[in-house]
Ligand binder design. Structure first.
Ligand SMILES: [Fe+2]
Length: 750
């Protein structure tokens, strides 16, 4: 008798947000990103823990996997050669500076991708069988983006757009998709990595003081507060779409990198407010992407088609909103993991399509680890201050807590794959409190300009939003905004943006009965139309994965009550009123005498030299430009770090930050408050574009590594004015900042 054997396909990608996924036959059954295990946001290391989790969860050995699929660093496509040659020879003739930038981008791509590919090759070498190596398939970066948007959609035909910073020498592609063809994607257009909308928007993000490839959403939110018209002509000078080509003006105003700004660009931008800059950048991005889509719809004579989107640019919910309203576009599907973490999905799907297996559409993204009941019961042993109660009527209890203005952590089922939390690892709250955008963001140490997003029942969505349509996939995964009705705006101000839009998650009874019932009860009891749904994570941390991380958040005061499945968890001894947490960063010259005294008193709780001695040291050693980062609870100083400006001598002499002190009030040391302080330090160091250095004991190296600090070779550094008997660590060290051997001055020069 013939036994039907399952086909196991493992997809892997190792780049920004390294991830792995598993298909069993035609269905995606598991997908997870390394960051959720390593707890390093956007972790780029090889997804070993993700692969191990998947294999363990499905109880299969790696050697049993039939197909291994990988995407990224496949190399330079022969079809791109003509385009690159043409562009390069034109630039060489017309603009030497631009041709240098163009070739630098190309060389940098080769260099960077080599490392990722080597890492994968090494894994293949040591982990796979001969048969598996034969059946290994590698796909191009944008090919995998296009595949994860199209093959996992519900559509059989349509147009596919991919856009990001860059990948495998492309930054934007347009393809025609036909599921019934042997190779389903026919590429119509692609732009070079130098002509990149991702770099354009990322540079603006960075110039406004945020982290590119991470904080672009803040710019989208900020944009609603500005006037796009003022700085739009400047944006148009940077990159534009004309005659079917996306072309950047490589030079003074635009470079296909996130850093390295010309004085000219920074001076130009100084003329505008940051709101106006954000608004212009957003408007320009929307214009470019919409123009490209319209152009190719016309060129391909498509009168009615579906649109599929993938790549970091489509994390921009406003761009997606505008694309949806283009004439001739029917439905839009945005791959929920539109970033590079989703490349593993595209690679595996293409591999299977090549084997004539029709991929099932992606219905949800609950593809990660779930919480084991046995682990919930063990929690009280590990965390003696918590109280766990099994609810009889969980929905009623949740509504009761919401009515009492409690911030709730909701953890149930499998963890979501991708950047959005869809109420399996979410924080929920009532939507009638407009002030939430101030205090809850502060409580989670976040800076956001976009309001919180709502989760809403499909039935209510009809009344809440303008032109709402049934089963719009962008609302299943929170990948697009929509205009709110006046009644929604009035009832749910906490989740309505200044431009009267919102980014909803719509819930259907058939798909999620628990959530649907909760929302229905909440509507009935409160009169509100939705609940706030924000991801369950603190600033710069990945979304929580397991029950311990959720309880830690409860103990730290990020939430008031935690629901894990039907268990209600509270802290029996509430820690402190964390709502009154405040982070401050001041130069010495801005500190009041009272603040200096508080700093010295806090330091003296650990280094017990007495207050007078602390004050004398402060006066003698701390200089006016040194930066003091402070954490206050109820206006009392409970945490402190000091960044002292000192000098490095290398090929040139330049300033660096000496990370001098890290202290948290003794009784708060186990609350992980230092996370917040370390994040603040990180932001300040990056914002000032300085290298930071610290010395520490061996046992603390691991701790600082967690925050991105790295240990440098001792032979490379010499301390000019002191002995270093401890280990030296650097943050934000870049070879371009200082070359080769260098010396450090620990004390301030006279
Ligand atoms: Fe990408």
């Amino acid at each position: 008798m013939k036994v039907n054997k399952n086909i196991y396909t493992l997809g892997i990608c190792n780049c920004e947000t390294s991830s792995a996924c598993l298909f069993i036959n035609d269905s995606l059954v598991s997908a997870v990103s390394e960051e959720r295990f390593s707890r390093k946001k956007y972790d780029r290391s090889f997804p070993t823990q993700s692969i191990n989790y998947i294999l363990k969860e499905y109880n299969i050995k790696l050697r049993r996997i039939d197909n291994i699929s990988y995407s990224w660093s496949k190399g330079f496509q022969a079809s791109l050669k003509k385009k690159y040659d043409k562009r390069f020879s034109y630039l060489k003739k017309t603009n030497v500076v631009a041709s240098k930038i163009f070739s630098d981008r190309y060389k940098y791509d080769i260099l960077q991708d080599k490392n990722y590919r080597n890492e994968f090759n090494q894994w293949v070498k040591v982990s796979l069988t001969k048969k598996q190596k034969k059946n290994l398939k590698i796909f191009y970066h944008h090919e995998a983006h296009a595949a994860n948007a199209s093959l996992l959609s519900s559509f059989d035909k349509g147009i596919v757009l991919t856009a990001d910073g860059r990948g495998d020498f492309e930054a934007l592609t347009v393809s025609l998709f036909n599921r019934n063809k042997k190779y389903p994607l026919k590429k119509i257009y692609s732009s070079t990595s130098s002509d990149s909308l991702g770099y354009f928007y990322g540079r603006i993000t960075s110039l406004l003081g945020f982290k590119p490839m991470a904080h672009e959403g803040k710019i989208t939110g900020l944009a609603a507060y500005g006037n796009p018209k003022k700085a739009l002509p400047l944006m148009e000078k940077m990159i534009k779409f004309k005659n079917g080509e996306l072309t950047a003006s490589l030079g003074d105003l635009y470079k296909p990198f996130f850093k390295g700004y010309s004085k000219n660009l920074t001076n130009e931008l100084k003329k505008y407010s940051r709101e106006d800059i954000a608004a212009a950048a957003q408007q320009h991005l929307e214009n470019c992407v919409c123009e490209i889509t319209k152009y190719y719809l016309k060129k391909l004579k498509l009168k009615s088609t579906n649109l599929m989107l993938s790549g970091g640019v489509f994390a921009n919910v406003k761009v997606n909103y505008h694309l949806k309203s283009i004439k001739f576009i029917n439905k839009v599907f945005v791959q929920p993991q539109m970033g590079d973490g989703g490349l593993c999905l595209g690679a595996a799907a293409l591999h299977l399509h090549g084997q004539k297996i029709k991929i099932k559409q992606l219905d949800d993204v609950y593809l990660g680890p779930s919480i084991r009941f046995s682990n919930i019961k063990k929690l009280s042993k590990k965390f003696p201050t918590i109280k766990i109660v099994k609810c009889k009527l969980t929905h009623d209890k949740i509504c009761e807590d919401l009515k009492k203005n409690k911030v709730l952590g909701l953890v149930r089922g499998k963890m979501e794959f991708g950047p959005r939390a869809l109420c399996n690892r979410s924080i929920i709250y009532k939507t009638s409190d407009k002030s939430i955008n101030n205090w809850l963001n502060k409580r989670m140490n976040r800076t956001e300009f976009m309001p919180f997003a709502p989760v809403i029942r499909h039935e209510t969505a009809k009344l809440a939003f303008e032109k709402y349509t049934f089963n719009d996939p962008t609302f299943n995964f929170m990948t697009s905004t929509i205009k709110c009705t006046n009644v929604f705006k009035r009832k749910c101000p906490a989740v309505t943006h200044i431009d009267k839009t919102t980014r909803p998650q719509v819930v259907y009874k058939k798909k999620d009965l628990f959530l649907w019932t909760l929302l229905k009860k909440w509507e009935k009891q409160s009169g509100e139309m939705s609940l706030v749904n924000t991801s369950f994570n603190a600033h710069e941390e990945p979304i929580i994965c397991n029950e311990k991380e959720a309880v830690n958040a409860l103990i730290r005061g990020m939430i008031d009550v935690l629901y894990i499945e039907e268990f209600r968890i509270t802290v029996s001894k509430p820690p402190l009123i964390y709502r009154k947490i405040k982070m401050l960063s001041k130069k010495t010259s801005q500190l009041s005498t009272k603040e200096i005294k508080s700093v010295c008193l806090l330091k003296d709780t650990h280094w017990k030299y007495g207050l007078n001695s602390q004050l004398t040291w402060f006066k003698k050693n701390v200089k006016s430009l040194d930066i003091h980062n402070m954490l206050l609870i109820n206006k009392k100083l409970v945490g402190y770090t000091l960044l002292r400006i000192r000098k490095i001598k290398s090929d040139i002499t330049r300033n660096y930050f000496l990370f001098d002190t890290l202290i948290i009030k003794k009784e708060l040391r186990k609350t992980k408050l230092s996370n917040s302080l370390m994040s603040l330090n990180k932001d300040i160091i990056l914002k000032n574009k300085k290298i930071a250095f610290l010395t520490c004991k061996k046992q603390l190296i691991k701790y600082y590594k967690k925050y991105g600090w790295s240990k440098l070779n001792n032979k490379q550094i010499k301390i000019i004015d002191g002995k270093r008997n401890m280990y030296g660590m650097f943050f934000n060290y870049k070879k371009s900042y200082i070359k080769g051997f260098f010396s450090l001055r620990l004390h301030a020069s006279k």
